[in-house]
Design a binder for this molecule. Structure first.
Ligand code: AFP
Length: 336
């Protein structure tokens, strides 16, 4: 009879956060508490995602969001869950969600903290009904306005000033992957215990990969440089490890997660239809850019590091090239 292997459990998320907190004697634990609330929201969303077909949560609400997209029932559920989990905690003074047109204030009955939370509650909505990975993306900034009520300026901060960023992926397992500026760490949820356990400490992106990830259905809308770059990736060249393989899920969290672990490049270029690309700077590109940088990778608009883009609007879009350092450098050299 073959031996039954006992699962190996790493540190819990709570213990990991507390150990980090101890390294900063001046820390008041607010950051730790914020992460605990994010993890709780992630567990609630994960459990609903798992039961979606049974719980009447598939399909759309009949509403259209600020991006002009159909709001799925799970989009709305995830947005409400995050807002409810965070607003009463006292760590955050303002939130911004991809689903809400304006910044989300903290109700007056709750204390306000010094952090600003930006999030995409359920990235990859179009994949919800077909059982494909979806995810939650978030980033944390420090409040920059002084006195009075926090406002739009607190949300419109460049990626470089993010204190933390991460995502929760609802895939074949649920993982919480984040950085607080000290490497990228991945925790896997054991649903039978209800805890996230450290499964992927200090993730490093391979310097070069073998996969490109782009919606090639848009090829007819691309300019010649983007088309030339993708053709180059597909042209056989043994020494350069080409042709690359194509993978495209259509959920940024899932495409980025694969790129983080296996390397390669993901792109959503600007095209004739989407002059600034499709992806949102504050809820998608900037958080992933911080994760990529912390894992040794790169993220660019094609002409500028994503982390340097100064936001001017809450729902601003940017072209995105992200992934292994050498693959993104190749992309920049060819599409610029
Ligand atoms: P949805 O949340 O509307 O499904 O959009 C997902 C997304 O913002 C991002 O997660 C994907 O990478 C990208 O859009 C996919 O866009 P295309 O369907 O145009 O390829």
């Amino acid at each position: 009879m073959s031996e039954i292997r006992r699962p190996e459990y790493g540190s819990t998320l709570d213990r990991f956060l507390l150990e980090r907190q101890r390294q900063f004697p001046e820390a008041k634990g607010e950051f730790t508490q914020l992460f605990q609330q994010l993890a709780l929201a992630g567990k609630i969303i994960a459990s609903r995602v798992n039961q979606a077909g049974l719980a009447g949560l598939l399909g759309h609400t009949g509403k259209v969001n600020v991006q002009g997209e159909t709001v799925q029932k799970l989009d709305e559920f995830a947005n409400d869950t995050l807002i409810r989990a965070i607003e009463g905690g006292g760590q955050v003074c303002l939130m911004g969600s991809e689903e809400n047109e304006d910044p989300i204030p903290i109700p007056t009955k709750y204390p306000k903290g010094r952090y600003v939370l930006m999030f995409d509650p359920l990235d990859g909505s179009t994949n919800i009904d077909v059982n494909i990975s979806i995810g939650t993306i978030f980033s944390v900034h420090r409040r920059v306005s002084e006195g009075g009520e926090p406002g739009l300026a607190d949300c419109l901060q460049p990626g470089r000033s993010q204190l933390a960023a991460g995502y929760i992926i609802y895939g074949s397992s649920c993982m919480f992957v984040f950085t607080t500026g000290n490497g990228v760490h991945g925790f896997t949820l054991d649903p039978t215990v209800g805890e996230f356990f450290l499964s992927h400490p200090d993730i490093q992106m391979p310097e070069r990969g073998k996969i490109y990830s782009v919606n090639e259905g848009n090829e007819g809308q691309w300019d010649d440089k983007v088309r030339g770059w993708v053709d180059w990736l597909k042209t056989p060249n043994k020494e350069q490890g080409k042709p690359y393989s194509a993978r495209y899920i259509g959920t940024l969290v899932a495409d980025f997660h694969r790129t983080l672990l296996k390397g390669g490049v993901f792109a959503y270029p600007a095209d004739k239809k989407n002059k600034n690309g499709k992806l949102r700077l504050l809820y998608e590109a900037a958080p992933m850019a911080l994760l990529a940088a912390q894992a040794g990778g790169l993220a660019s608009t094609g002409t500028q590091p994503i982390l340097d883009v100064e936001p001017t609007e809450l729902h601003q879009r940017v072209p995105l090239y992200i992934g292994s350092k050498l693959d993104v450098e190749d992309a920049i050299a060819r599409v610029r």
